[in-house]
Design a binder for this molecule. Structure first.
Ligand code: ME8
Length: 638
């Protein structure tokens, strides 16, 4: 075992959307790794935070009717507040709007600029708002951004560029000669494949006139820093680069964790930026796959799907953490479903682990007044159990180090089930009937507690609250030892004389839940409430049910759809709706909608609109407000 320190980072998340399963997963993995390394005798630093500059954030703030500052404070707060609910304890939560970070970014820009690695030039390119980057022609699929499936905008302007191409050969060589620099290997191959073509220089500025929300370039205040150049540097700020003690200690052992969506910025921009600035590159970039909502996606239209983070609140943070760590093979996609979560919870947690704990502690309460028996020689079965524990620790340590969390947990569960078999094989309830066999009974019970203590330590990185509570009920407490995990194989954890308490079930069996109220949660980015109105004022609006009998998209407009709507009048009306980016004309035909019928007629793009179709609008989607099934055209809505 080595005692070198350990540094783990998550991506810093964009604050334009509420935290979801994907964000939770990466951050859980980071927390598990930090805890595992601490448990194995290393000092660990774990950094997460929020990415708060750029176009997307400006736009989301504007939609919410807030200043960017108010907006980012609010959403960043949602992320920060979620982590303790998931038993996640970062060493630092960093925000790119912090003054320290602004200074670090500017300092690095100066260094890179002084080295002649930045120039001013003109560039036209396809800009994908979702990716917040220029997407190369060859990356497009049928003219669309492959990640966001939207057509990028063509933007041409004068900007500052980083000579990324200067570092292409170095990067190829570095990836090839450092196994595991990017891992799993398939992602290193993906980056190498990309690097077969000449690398373009990276546009690292945005004119303030277009985007005022960013870090000003230290050498030209008409420009702010491109959000990726700003965001990646958080990994240094987090350690108080350049003079921080943390930087000296942890940067040489930096591990980044990301999903495959942001491989390019981390696998190409970041190492070349560091290389250009003369800063050593990170040790490992660890790339995981996507969580897919699987079958749940289909039933989502039924409106009864309980979202993953809601399930976490219902079933508990530790069970949720166990599920995601056990279910996903790091590097590959995995699908999330309530059924799979429940099956793990009732199987692995309630049956295997929960029962082992309950049975063992109940027997000690019943046969030994709650006190673990002392001073008994071990027989061959106990020797086998001890060997098994040593083997489990070995596999666990190896697989954790390789990010094969599912295999590490599998090994722990084999040990758990071995303990369960040890109970069945020794039938302590039979031994208890014969007073002459008391020494045998004592030996079995003490060994079971010994085993449970080891299990508590091994599950602690993944289920910290459970691990700690198990130890407490077994009459002891977690020790982070310099010996690392070998500590749990030593006699220091021998439970003789410990006072044990069974306590309530750790993981009561659960059943599937349905979403009771079908209302979505209020959108994060909703605008502030409007002034109150009198009922009379409201009553002046003539709201009606309308049937869309026809719908076409005029060629001239990107946003508008021309709808023909039956409102129960002599003739259907023409109503223009700004829905073209969200609905195909075909999807609207036959819908019963809610219409503001007495809106004054208005001309748009030379076409008259008589009324307005209502829709819900938030920062992510626009959805048609549908009238109740069977409501006839012209019916009043009030
Ligand atoms: O990209 N499955 O932020 P972001 C698994 N601000 N993980 C997922 C996921 C899914 N379906 N969806 C998201 C950004 N993630 C930038 C990062 S870093 C200097 C700047 C996780 O809010 C995963 O970790 O879009 C992914 O890489 C990250 O969220 C993207 O978060």
């Amino acid at each position: 075992m080595s005692s070198s320190p350990f540094y783990i980072t998550t991506p810093i998340y964009y604050v334009n959307a509420e935290p979801h399963l994907g964000h939770a997963y990466t951050t859980i993995v980071a927390d598990v790794l930090a805890r595992f390394h601490r448990l194995d005798g290393r000092e660990a630093f774990f950094l997460t935070g929020t990415d708060e500059h750029g176009d997307k954030i400006m736009e989301a703030a504007a939609k919410a009717g807030q200043t960017p500052r108010q907006f980012v404070d609010r959403i960043s707060g949602l992320f920060k507040a979620l982590w303790p609910r998931l038993n996640i304890e970062p060493s630092r939560f960093i925000r790119t709007t912090e003054e320290e970070h602004v200074k670090v970014v500017q300092r690095i820009l100066e260094i890179v600029n002084d080295k002649g690695e930045i120039y001013f030039g003109e560039y036209g390119g396809w800009y994908c708002q979702g990716c917040e980057r220029f997407v190369l022609e060859r990356e497009l699929k049928d003219g669309l951004c492959p990640e966001h499936l939207v057509k990028p905008n063509w933007i041409a302007e004068k900007n500052y560029f980083f000579r990324m191409s200067n570092h292409q050969e170095w990067l190829i060589d570095h990836i090839k000669s450092n196994e595991g620099f990017i891992r799993p290997q398939r992602y290193a191959n993906e980056v190498l494949a990309f690097l077969k073509e000449p690398l373009e220089d990276l546009c690292i500025s945005r004119p303030v006139s277009r985007l005022p929300w960013g870090i000003p370039l230290p050498f030209d205040d008409n420009y702010v820093t491109y959000v990726w150049f700003d965001a990646l540097i958080n990994y240094l700020t987090g350690l108080h680069w350049p003079h921080g003690e943390g930087y000296a200690k942890f940067w040489p052992v930096a591990w980044h964790l990301i999903a495959k969506d942001i491989l390019k910025p981390h696998g190409i921009y970041w190492p070349t930026m560091l290389h250009a600035a003369g800063i050593p590159v990170y040790r490992h970039l660890n790339v995981h796959g996507y969580w897919i909502m699987g079958e749940a996606k289909m039933s989502k239209s039924l409106g009864n799907v309980v979202q993953p983070l809601e399930l976490m609140e219902l079933f508990g943070a530790d069970a949720f953490r166990y599920f995601v760590m056990r279910e996903m093979s790091f590097g590959l996609d995995a699908s999330f479903s309530q059924e799979a979560l429940i099956s793990r919870l009732n199987g692995d947690l309630a049956n295997d682990l929960g029962n082992l704990f309950a049975r063992t502690t109940a027997m000690i309460e019943r046969y030994c007044q709650g006190q673990v028996p002392r001073g008994l020689p071990a027989g061959p079965a106990e020797k086998a159990l001890k060997d098994w524990a040593a083997e489990t620790v070995e596999i666990y340590r190896t697989e954790m180090g390789r990010l094969n969390f599912h295999l590490a947990l599998k090994a722990v569960w084999e040990y758990v089930n071995n303990l369960n078999r040890y109970i069945v094989g020794n039938e302590p309830w039979v031994l208890a009937k014969d007073p002459r066999r008391k020494p045998e009974l004592d030996r079995v019970l003490r060994n079971l507690v010994f085993g449970l203590i080891r299990v508590a330590y091994l599950v602690w990185p993944v289920m910290p609250a459970t691990g700690e509570e198990m130890l407490k009920r077994l009459g002891t407490a977690l020790v982070i030892s310099e010996q690392g995990l070998d500590y749990i194989l030593s006699s220091a954890v021998d439970p003789k004389g410990f006072q044990v308490a069974k306590g309530p079930a750790f993981f009561p069996r659960v059943e599937a839940v349905e979403r009771k109220d079908r209302e979505e949660k209020p959108p994060v980015a909703g605008p502030p409430p409007k002034e109150p109105v009198d009922i009379e004022e409201f009553a002046r609006l003539d709201l009606r049910v309308g049937l869309v009998v026809d719908c076409v998209k005029p060629e001239k407009s990107k946003k508008l759809l021309v709808c023909t709507v039956d409102l129960g009048e002599e003739e259907p009306r023409q109503i223009l709706a700004g829905l073209a980016e969200h609905y195909d004309p075909e999807q609207l035909k036959g819908q019963t909608v809610v219409v503001v019928a007495n809106l004054k007629a208005k001309k748009m793009m030379g076409l008259e609109s008589r009324g307005m179709i209502l829709a819900s609008v938030d920062d992510r989607s626009v959805k048609l407000l549908k009238a109740p099934k069977g409501a006839r055209p012209g019916t009043v809505v009030r």
